[in-house]
Design a protein around this ligand. Structure first.
Ligand SMILES: Cc1cc2nc3c(=O)[nH]c(=O)nc-3n(C[C@H](O)[C@H](O)[C@H](O)COP(=O)(O)OP(=O)(O)OC[C@H]3O[C@@H](n4cnc5c(N)ncnc54)[C@H](O)[C@@H]3O)c2cc1C
Length: 443
C-alpha cells in the first residue's frame, strides 16, 4: 500500500467516486497540510453516491433509509465535526411486515406472540436441534445453524431470495453475517443464535437506538459539506466525469482515464467506483435498486421510519417514510414514501415504470398508500447498490493483483456490503496512513 507519507509532495492524488468514502478521504487529505493535489472524479451530476438526496416540489427523498449510527469513536467524532450542531438525534422505529401484520423490528415478545402457532411451535422445537449443519458455506447453512430451519424458512429465506434474486444456497455466508448485522444496528440486541434471539425477545435489553441525521436537507447535506470543505482548501470535486479505467506503466498506476475529460495523471489513485470496471473479467456482480419516490396528499398513519417486506408476492422489499426522519422532509400536511425494489433483470432496469400498477396494488394491499391520493411518483434506477456475495467472491478479491499506486476503497471499490460509517472509517484510516483494520468480511 502506498501511504500518504510516501507520496511525492504535490503529486496528484486522484479519487474515483465522490461517495462518502471518496469524499471523506479527499476531505481529510486536503486537511492534512501535506500540500497534496487532490481531485475527486464523480460520474453523477452531484456527489454523495448512495447517500444522495433527490428533491421535488418541497419533498426530499434519500435513497432508502439513510441514518448515521456507529460504534467507532473516531467515526463519531468525524460525523460531529462535519455536521457541527446542525444535526438531530432520532429514536429508531423500524418494522417488519410478517404474516399480514406490521411488527416491531427487532422483534419483541408482543410481535412474536402474534405469529401463526405452527410456526412458533416448530421454531421452539428447533431450539433442541441446533448445530445440525456440518459445514457452513452458504447463507442458508449459516442461518439454519443459528436460528433453526423454521425461522430460516419463515423469514430469512424468502426475504433474502426476493432481495438478491439469488438462491440462499448460492450466497456466501458472509451475506448473512453482514445482512443480519445491518438490519439490527445496536450490538446489544444482535442475537447470534436461536437461544439469544428468544432471550432477547423474552427479556429485552434497554438499548440506545438513536441515530443522527442532518437538521437540514437530506443525508446529502453531509456530503455537500464535505465537498465544500474540499473545494475551499483547493481540492477539486469534478462531477459528470465517468472514469473508464487506469493507465499502468511498469507495474505502477499512473493515471485515470475518463470517458469525457481525458486522462488525469496520478501519483496515487483511490478507486471507489465499482471494482468490476477495472477487472471486467473477474466476475464481480452488483445488484441495482429501483426506487419509487411517492408524494402523498395527506399524512398517513404508517408509523415506522422504514419497514422490511419479506413476502415474495410483494414487489418491494422495503418502504421508508421520510417524514419520520424529519417532519420538514415533506411540505406541511403532506406525506411521502420511498419504495425499494432490488433488480438484476435488465428489462426492469430499462423500464422501471412498467412496475407501477403492480407496485401501487401491492402498496394498497399492505395499507401503505391510497393510490387516489398520490401527487406524483418518480422512478429512479440506482446502479450498483449491493455487491453480490456469491460462493467464490472472497477468492475473487484475494486473487486481485493491484499495481502500486492504486488502492480500492468504499462499498463498490472494495466490494463490501457496508454502511456509511464503515466507508468513513476506512477513509479516515487511509488518510492517516494506516491500514484498515476492521473485519472486512463482516461489519
Ligand atoms: C437502500 C440503501 C439504504 C442504506 N441505508 C444506510 C443507512 O441507513 N446507514 C448507513 O450507514 N448506510 C446505509 N447504506 C449504505 C451506504 O449508502 C453506503 O455504505 C455508503 O453510502 C457507501 O459509500 P461509498 O462512497 O463507499 O460508495 P458509493 O456511495 O457507492 O460511492 C461510489 C461513487 O462512485 C461513483 N462512480 C461509480 N462509477 C463511477 C465511474 N465510472 N466514474 C466516476 N465515478 C463513479 C458513484 O456515482 C458514487 O458516487 C444504505 C445503502 C442502500 C443502497
Amino acid at each position: 500500500m502506498t501511504e500518504p507519507e510516501d507520496m511525492t509532495p504535490g503529486g496528484p492524488v486522484v479519487i474515483v467516486g465522490g461517495g462518502i468514502a471518496g469524499l471523506t478521504l479527499a476531505e481529510r487529505l486536503t486537511a492534512s497540510g501535506k500540500d497534496l493535489d487532490v481531485t475527486v472524479l464523480e460520474r453523477e451530476r452531484k456527489p454523495g453516491g448512495l447517500a444522495r438526496t433527490f428533491s421535488r416540489d418541497g419533498f426530499l427523498f434519500d435513497i432508502g433509509p439513510h441514518r448515521f449510527h456507529t460504534a467507532d469513536p473516531s467515526v463519531n467524532l468525524y460525523l460531529l465535526d462535519v455536521m457541527g450542531a446542525d444535526h438531530v438525534s432520532i429514536s429508531r422505529c423500524s418494522n417488519v411486515y410478517m404474516a399480514g401484520k406490521y411488527r416491531s423490528w427487532p422483534l419483541t415478545l408482543r410481535s412474536v406472540a402474534g405469529l401463526p402457532l405452527p410456526v412458533l411451535f416448530r421454531s421452539f422445537l428447533d431450539l433442541f436441534r441446533q448445530g445440525e449443519e456440518d459445514e457452513i458455506r452458504t447463507f442458508a447453512d449459516h442461518v439454519i445453524s443459528r436460528y433453526g430451519r423454521n425461522i430460516y424458512e419463515y423469514f430469512f429465506r424468502d426475504y433474502t431470495e426476493k432481495f438478491t434474486g439469488c438462491s440462499a444456497g448460492e450466497l456466501h455466508y458472509d451475506w448473512a453475517e453482514a445482512g443480519v448485522n445491518r438490519a439490527v444496528i445496536d450490538r446489544n440486541v444482535r442475537a447470534g443464535d436461536l437461544f439469544s434471539l428468544l432471550k432477547g425477545i423474552l427479556i429485552p435489553k434497554p438499548v440506545s437506538t438513536r441515530f443522527y441525521y442532518p437538521s437540514e436537507g437530506g443525508i446529502q447535506t453531509f456530503c455537500d459539506r464535505q465537498a465544500e470543505r474540499i473545494r475551499s482548501r483547493g481540492g477539486r470535486v469534478i462531477c459528470d466525469c465517468r472514469a473508464t479505467g487506469i493507465e499502468v506503466q511498469l507495474g505502477r498506476a499512473t493515471g485515470v482515464r475518463t470517458e469525457n475529460m481525458g486522462t488525469f495523471d496520478s501519483n496515487m489513485i483511490y478507486w471507489s467506483a465499482p471494482v468490476s470496471i477495472l477487472y471486467p473479467d473477474a466476475g464481480f456482480r452488483f445488484m441495482d435498486t429501483i426506487v419509487c419516490n411517492i408524494a402523498l396528499e395527506s399524512a398517513r398513519s404508517n408509523g415506522y421510519q422504514w419497514c422490511y417486506f419479506g413476502e415474495k408476492d410483494l414487489v418491494f422489499s422495503r418502504l421508508t417514510v421520510p417524514r419520520h426522519f424529519r417532519e420538514d422532509m415533506v411540505p406541511e400536511g403532506r406525506d411521502s414514501l420511498v419504495a425499494e425494489i432490488t433488480v438484476s433483470d435488465m428489462e426492469m432496469r430499462r423500464n422501471p415504470e412498467s412496475l407501477r400498477n403492480r407496485l401501487f396494488d401491492d402498496l394498497a394491499r399492505v395499507d401503505a398508500i391510497d393510490p387516489s391520493k398520490v401527487i406524483f411518483d418518480e422512478w429512479r434506477v440506482i446502479p450498483e447498490t449491493y455487491p453480490i456475495y456469491d460462493l467464490d467472491y472472497r477468492n475473487r478479491i484475494e486473487g486481485l493483483e493491484l499495481p502500486s499506486g492504486l488502492e480500492l476503497i468504499g462499498r463498490c471499490g472494495s466490494f463490501w456490503y457496508n454502511n456509511m460509517d464503515h466507508s468513513i472509517g476506512q477513509a479516515l484510516a487511509l488518510a492517516e496512513g494506516g491500514a484498515f483494520e476492521k473485519d472486512f468480511w463482516k461489519t
